[in-house]
Each structure stands twice: as C-alpha cells, then as structure tokens.
Design a binder for this molecule. Sequence first.
Ligand code: ZN
Length: 326
Amino acid sequence: MRFQSLRFPQSLLLVLVLLTSLCVQAKIKVLIIDGQNNHDVWPKSTIMMKQYLEETGLFVVDIQRTQYLWKSEREKTYLPMAGNFNSVALKEPKEDPSFAPSFKKYDVVISNFGWNAANWSESTQKDFEKFIKKGGGFVTVHAADNCFPKWKAYNEMIGLGGWGDRNEKDGPYVYYDKENKLVRDTTAGNCGAHGKQHVFPVTLRVPNHPITQGMPTSWLTAKDECYAKLRGPGTNMTILATGKDQSDKAPTDRNEPILMVLKYGKGRVFHTTLGHDDYSFEGVGFITSFLRGVEWAATAKVTIPIPTDFPSAENATSRKFTAITK
Ligand SMILES: [Zn+2]
C-alpha cells in the first residue's frame, strides 16, 4: 500500500509534465522578419503584432532583423541602419549578406519590411522559397508588398505589389470594378498609390473562407491607407476582401484588394494591405484578420473567433495598444 501511494502521485506528476510539454510544443511557431521600413510606426508595429499573437496563447514569436549600413559623417564610419529612412533612403537598397534565418524552424513567417528594404542573399532567398514550397506559411503586412520588386518568386508569393518601379512588366492590375466584377487589367501604367488616410469600408468577396467566416459582409477599417493600383502576377490568388477609398482624391474608383490568400507550392500566403500606422494596427478589423490570417497560413485552419467588438458597416472599432513590459 505504501509503495502504491507513493507511485500514484509520481505517475500523475509525469502525466502533468508530459501534458505541459505537449501544450508548449503545440504552439504555432512564428518568425517576424523586419529591419527597414519607410513607416514611422516601425519597429513598434512588430512589437504590436508579436503581442497580439502571444496574447491568444496560440503562438510563440521570434523576431529577426536585417541590417543596412550607412556612412555616418560624425562617426566617420559605417553603422548599421535600422529604422525609418524614408527621406534619407539610399538610391539602391543594399544587401544584408548576414541575414539567414532558419525558416524551417517555424510554421509561419511574417514580413514587416517596407519600401526599399535591404535585399537578401541568393541563398537566403532560395531557402525561403524552399520553405514556402514545402508547406510553410507566409504573411505580408502593408508595405512589405513594396519591397523586393526584382525577386520573381517573392512577387509570385505576394501576388500583387506596389511601387519599386513596378509596372505592366510585373503583371496586371487586379481589382473588382464598380459593377463588382473581378478584373485583371493589363493596361500599361505605374503601380502603387493611395489617397489620404481615413476610415474606409471593406467588402468581403469570399465570406466562407476560414479567415473571413463569421465576419459581417461589410465592415470599417480604423484610419488607414487604402492601397490602390497594385500589380503583380496574381496567380493562385483569391481576393478575400476589397476596400473602397472614399477620400477626396482617391487614386481610383475601383474596389481594391485588401485581404488576399495565395498558394505557392504547398505553402499558404496571407496578404493584408492594412497597417499604415499604430492607430491602423489598433483597428479590431486589422487585428482579427491578421491573427486569423497568421493561424490559417500556419495550419490551414482558423480557431480564433470573431470578437464581439468587431467593426460593422456603420461602426469602426479600435483597441488602444499598451505594451506589456517584461
Ligand atoms: Zn503606409
């Protein structure tokens, strides 16, 4: 009896330890990559996304950053440049040869790069392509679709991009027209535009996708940019939702792609053009579609519910962000 009474709590403890380790192992492994962004909100936006993901209890998140060297006149030397350099951007983006994350350690990679991000070495590019082709997940947020205009596979993954001298050589404009017809428009022209930031309506085009299931057919963003005139190969791409720029000087009267999903080999890609500034990242529509997009890209399923404060066609909703200090 004495032997048994000792053994029972020990085996229970073992079961508990096993269960705990299983729970830890079951978390979705996320890598956020960033380093240069033409947006003042960076790198706060990376911290916001990391915290949103970890608050669900479903994800563990690492961050890896590229470096960009610049010549400091004061220091008389080259220093790593990380941050916003919209006004001082070098003519040609440089490469960061040291950037070589082990992508295969993760279920999903999120890009928070921006326009003119440092190029990756060819071997890192090939590693990344292999990772996605074999079934890895990828999420591109806002200006991450501005970078790497010359990297063919990257543009196939994101489907549509903006700026970076993209034009008709890179693929058609893809959008829904005023009659709500899906258009692939091969007209020659520049790529990437947006009107003034404002709260604008999003319309679901595929309401039964795991990411959009349960959302109202129409909902409002927080104050944000409605990206327009994006172009790219747009193959294996489904536009889940479009946005309509209602500002005075809207660049088009089209319904522009806002949320997209793509297949690349066995991999899944979620593309959101939302997320210009911290108040845009605070929009409940952004947060919810982002979290569900990351979960879907990693697992092909979505378990994260639509929250009760999700925006409607009449009411925009936001959550003030407070960083958790550790
Ligand atoms: Zn922006």
